[in-house]
Write a protein that binds this ligand. Structure first.
Ligand code: PLP
Length: 387
């Protein structure tokens, strides 16, 4: 059976070159990067060379990159590392749980939280962010690209607001890095999160960009690793993988891979919407990262659709992987104003760099017939054309 993976926003397959670099590092980097003998120095060199690649990908300085265990840890470090009881943080209603629940945790510890809304396209209005500022606002944390819809937020405008108000700005760029060019200075952020497994590097490695002179309380206490920002022996193999993935992502931008991916995504969207009635794109009208398409197919249950497609060899998702199986409809889609039934009838298709036109054709063949079959089972479904 042919198998096609279109769930790259959940996690990506390791790039073969990344895999090779990781395997080589397991063989070559035997030492602890903190050891002073030659084994240690070799591991240290691997860590620092790859820190440079990650910094380059983000337009940052090498010593502004802190390696972490992934996006969740980076988000926690950015938010909890800055907030103290009595501080105010501005976030949004569509953040990933790694930000949303971290803000909730800070609130339980005495911080004040304001969540700004989004419009029907899933876009935050920077004016709402400005209006939410208070004298005790310490941090704005608003994502760069949404993990369910791919919608890109106006982070440069938000960055300007943060600078003018002298407030820290963190952006979760987990779904944006390596999909669109990301430059910390253009954005004007002080902190920025990325995760390895969304960019064809291994799971369990990530990074936080921390602008020089940002006072950040570490989450983990121990040795003086990562300039005392994150204690613990470095994940050398993971770092090598992340660095290689960053290097490859930069080369891919130069080859125009983001444009090729957008064409494939558009072909998928156009084809599905032409073949299936009572369907539409969530986030239509907003700029989106080139790999993500979130589509509602009214009168189906998203979870049933994911299972039915999986049985036929197509892997997609109902939204955030960590909320799969949850009965609640997506908080992102409901924040955009979708009624719960439509939010539950939405499917996220997300491409990776390994996907081909043949993969899109496979989905274009399979999805319409699956939607039709599931709708047959729905007591509410009446084909629009026969009405
Ligand atoms: N932030 C966003 C926007 C994400 O999509 C994810 C993962 O889905 C995370 C954070 C968490 O990253 P990680 O899985 O590396 O902890």
């Amino acid at each position: 059976m042919k198998e096609v993976y279109l769930d790259n926003a959940a996690t990506t397959a390791i790039d073969p070159e990344v895999k090779q670099a990781v395997i080589t590092s397991f063989q070559d980097c035997l030492g602890n990067p903190s050891s002073i003998h030659h084994y240690g120095r070799k591991s240290r060199e691997a860590v620092e060379t790859n820190r440079e690649w990650v910094a380059k990908l983000l337009g940052a300085k090498t010593d502004e990159i802190v390696f972490t265990s992934g996006g969740t840890e980076s988000d926690n470090l950015a938010i909890l590392g800055l907030l103290k009881p009595g501080d105010h943080v501005i976030t949004s209603t569509i953040e990933h749980h790694a930000v949303m629940n971290t803000c909730k945790h800070a609130e339980e510890d005495g911080a004040e939280v304001t969540s700004v809304p989004v419009d029907g396209r899933g876009l935050i209005d920077p004016a709402d962010v400005k209006r939410a500022l208070r004298p005790n606002t310490r941090l704005i944390t608003i994502m760069l690209a949404n993990n369910e819809t791919g919608v890109i937020q106006p982070v440069e405008e938000i960055g300007k607001i943060a600078t003018e108000a002298d407030v820290y700005f963190h952006t979760d760029a987990v779904q944006a890095a390596a999909k669109i060019p990301v430059d910390v200075n253009k954005i004007g952020c002080d902190l920025l999160t990325i995760s390895g497994h969304k960019i064809h590097a291994p799971q369990g490695i990530g990074a936080l960009y921390v602008r020089k002179a940002t006072m950040l309380e570490p989450l983990l206490h121990g040795g003086r690793h990562e300039r005392s920002r994150r204690a613990g022996t470095e994940n050398v193999a993971g770092i090598v993988g992340l660095g290689k993935a960053a290097e490859l992502a930069m080369a891919a931008f130069e080859r125009g891979l983001d444009g090729t991916m957008a064409l494939l995504r558009d072909r998928l969207e156009t084809g599905l919407l032409a073949a299936i009635e009572a369907a539409g794109v969530n986030g239509e009208g907003a700029s989106r990262v080139p790999n993500t398409s979130n589509i509602y197919f009214d009168y189906i249950e998203g979870e049933a659709m994911v299972i039915a497609l999986d049985l036929k060899g197509l892997a997609v998702s109902t939204g955030a992987a960590c909320s799969s199986g949850a009965i609640e409809p997506s908080h992102v889609l409901t924040a955009m104003g979708l009624r719960p039934e439509r939010a539950r009838a939405s499917i996220r298709f997300s491409l990776g760099k390994q996907n081909t036109a043949a993969d899109i054709d496979f989905a274009l063949n399979l999805v319409p017939e699956t939607v039709a079959r599931l709708r047959e089972l729905s007591p509410l479904w009446k084909p629009v054309r026969t009405l």
